[in-house]
Design a protein around this ligand. Structure first.
Ligand SMILES: [Zn+2]
Length: 72
């Protein structure tokens, strides 16, 4: 179980207190989904949809980059 889950609806890491997914969580997700990159993309896409609702004040492009831009 990760220590780097998001605090909702702010989407801050519960451990780092940085915007989620924080760097440690990104590394964990890449490891957990090393053989299933598509499921990681689907998961992060679902997170992005929720985050857009929770943070309707945030620029959509910034959220897209934050949630999807770090994946290989
Ligand atoms: Zn973290």
């Amino acid at each position: 179980m990760t220590k780097h889950g998001p605090i909702l609806p702010l989407w801050l890491c519960e451990t780092c207190h940085r915007p989620w997914p924080c760097v440690p969580r990104r590394d964990e997700l890449l490891g957990e989904h090393a053989d299933t990159p598509l499921s990681l993309a689907l998961y992060m896409g679902a997170c992005l949809v929720s985050a857009r609702t929770d943070m309707s004040w945030a620029p959509p492009e910034a959220l897209r980059h934050r949630f999807l831009g770090w994946m290989p």
